[in-house]
Ligand binder design. Structure first.
Ligand SMILES: [Zn+2]
Length: 432
C-alpha cells in the first residue's frame, strides 16, 4: 500500500514531512520519503491519495480497565463484548489499548478470541491482577473483587508472585495508596521486591499513587510509570508540582495523570457537566439518558470523594504545563469512563484536557502515542511512531494536529485508521 501527498508527523521530535509518500509492506512501514523520491507504483499496489491529510501514529489508550467495563455483562458475553470494545477503540483512531488491571482469565480470553477474529481491532496489552495491601484498593472488603488483585503484606511472597505473574502479562501494576504502615497499603519493601522481580523478567512496573509521598516512594522503589495525578498537600502552591516534576524528569519516569477520571468523579451528577460534554462535541444529546441511567451516576465513587477528586483535577490542570517544561513525559490514559459515552471517547477527552492544561500539542500527541508505548516497553514492536520497520499503526487526519487539538480529537477530522497496515476507513469517507 502507498499513501501519497500526505504530511507525516512521525510522533518523534522531527519536524513534519510535507508531501511525503509512505509505503506499507506486510503490516509495517517500509518507506517514508519526500514525494520527489516517489517510485512508480506496481500494478498490484493500492495507492491512497491523501492530499491535504496528516498521518500521525495510531493512538494509545494507556490506562483503562476492560474488565470493569464488562462487569455488568453476563459472564458468557464478556469476551465478545470486550472484543467489540477493542474494535470501537479502533474506530476513534486508537490502535493500542493498555489494560492496567483486571482478572487474568478475562484478559487471556480476550487475547485468544482476538487471535482468531478477522475483524480489525486495537491491540491489547495487560497487567492482569494488580498488587495491593490486605483489603486494599480496589478490592476493599468485596470478595467478588478478589480476582483483580494479589493482596499482600509480605515482600518475599510478593516477589515470588511477581516473578510468576511477569511471565503471563505484558507489565506489572501496583497500587500504592493508603496510610503508611496500614494493612491495606502495600508495604514499601513489598513494592521494591515486586519492581525487582518485574525488572528481572524484563517487564515494566506501573504504580498507582495517591499522595505525593506515595509517588516519591514509588519512584524510589523502581517504578517506570506513575499512574494518576497526585493529591497535593497545599493546592494553593505549585511548589509540590515543581518538586515532583524534577524527580520524574531526573529519573525518566512516565506520568499518566488520568485527568478525565478526576474530572468525572468531581462532576458526577452535575447536569451542567454533561451539557458541557455535548457542547464540546464529546457526547450527543442522545448519549445523556444512557449516561444518567448508569448505576454510578450521581452516586459516590468508592474511596475517592468528589471534593478530593476536584482538588486533584484542578491542581493537575494548573501544573501540567510547568511539569512539561521541567521535562516530564506524560502518557494519555482515561481509566474509568463512568460519565463518558464510551471508553474510547474517554481517551479523546483525556487528550483534549492535556492540551487545555497547557501541554504543547506535540507533547500531547507523544503522550497519546510514543510515550505510552515506551511506558510499557513496547519500543521494539509497536513504538507509537511512524518509522521504517515499525508496525504500520496510524491515524489519517484532514487537518494539522499541531495547530488545534480539535484536529486530533474531533472525529469529524478523522479520515481513517491503519492497524498493522490494515486500513479501516469509515464507509462514508471518499477515500474508502
Ligand atoms: Zn486505573
Amino acid at each position: 500500500m502507498i499513501i501519497r501527498n500526505v504530511t507525516v508527523i512521525d510522533g518523534q521530535a522531527a519536524a513534519p514531512i510535507a508531501d511525503a509518500e509512505v509505503v506499507v509492506t506486510d503490516g509495517r512501514f517500509s518507506a517514508i520519503r519526500p514525494a520527489t523520491g516517489a517510485e512508480p507504483a506496481a500494478v498490484d499496489d493500492f495507492v491512497l491519495d491523501a492530499r491535504g491529510g496528516y498521518l500521525v501514529p495510531g493512538l494509545w489508550e494507556s490506562h483503562t480497565h476492560l474488565g470493569g467495563h464488562a462487569y455488568f455483562k453476563p459472564e458468557n458475553e464478556r469476551t465478545k463484548y470486550l472484543s467489540q470494545l477493542l474494535t470501537d477503540f479502533l474506530d476513534v483512531g486508537v490502535t493500542n489499548v493498555v489494560d492496567l488491571g483486571g482478572p487474568l482469565d478475562i484478559e487471556h480470553a480476550v487475547r485468544d478470541y482476538r487471535s482468531t477474529a478477522t475483524d480489525p481491532a486495537a491491540r491489547l496489552f495487560f497487567a492482569g491482577p494488580v498488587f495491593t495491601g490486605i483489603e486494599g484498593w480496589p478490592v476493599l472488603d468485596d470478595p467478588k473483587r478478589a480476582s483483580i488483585a494479589y493482596q499482600t503484606d509480605n515482600a518475599d511472597t510478593a516477589y515470588r508472585q511477581a516473578l510468576e505473574l511477569a511471565d503471563q502479562v505484558d507489565f506489572i501494576k501496583c497500587i500504592y495508596d493508603g496510610e503508611p504502615g496500614a494493612p491495606d497499603k502495600l508495604p514499601f519493601e513489598a513494592l521494591k521486591a515486586i519492581a525487582a522481580a518485574a525488572h528481572e523478567k524484563g517487564k515494566k512496573v506501573l504504580v498507582h499513587v495517591h499522595e505525593r509521598i506515595d509517588l516519591e516512594e514509588a519512584v524510589a522503589a523502581g517504578a517506570d510509570g506513575i499512574e494518576h495525578a497526585f493529591h497535593p498537600q497545599d493546592p494553593g502552591s505549585t511548589a509540590e508540582a515543581r518538586d515532583v516534576a524534577a524527580l520524574l524528569a531526573e529519573t525518566n519516569t512516565y506520568y499518566c495523570p488520568t485527568l478525565v477520571t478526576w474530572e468525572q468523579i468531581a462532576y458526577n451528577g452535575d447536569a451542567g457537566y454533561l451539557q458541557k460534554l455535548v457542547d464540546e462535541g464529546m457526547a450527543t444529546p442522545e448519549d445523556l439518558p444512557r449516561i444518567t441511567g448508569r448505576a454510578i451516576y450521581g452516586n459516590e465513587f468508592p474511596r475517592h470523594s468528589s471534593q478530593e477528586s476536584r482538588v486533584r483535577f484542578d491542581y493537575a490542570m494548573r501544573t501540567l504545563g510547568l511539569m512539561h517544561d521541567a521535562g516530564v513525559k506524560f502518557t494519555a490514559g482515561s481509566d474509568v469512563a463512568m460519565l463518558m459515552p464510551s471508553p474510547p471517547i474517554a481517551l479523546l477527552r483525556e487528550l483534549k484536557l492535556l492540551a487545555e492544561a497547557g501541554v504543547p500539542l506535540p507533547a500531547v500527541l507523544a503522550a497519546g502515542t510514543r510515550h505510552s508505548a515506551e511506558k510499557i516497553g513496547q519500543e521494539a514492536t509497536a513504538p507509537g511512531t511512524i518509522t521504517v520497520g515499525s508496525a504500520a499503526d496510524a491515524l489519517l487526519l484532514d487537518a494539522d494536529p499541531y495547530t488545534d487539538i480539535a484536529h486530533l480529537v474531533d472525529r469529524s477530522h478523522h479520515v481513517g485508521t491503519l492497524r498493522a497496515g490494515q486500513p479501516c476507513w469509515a464507509e462514508s469517507h471518499p477515500a474508502a
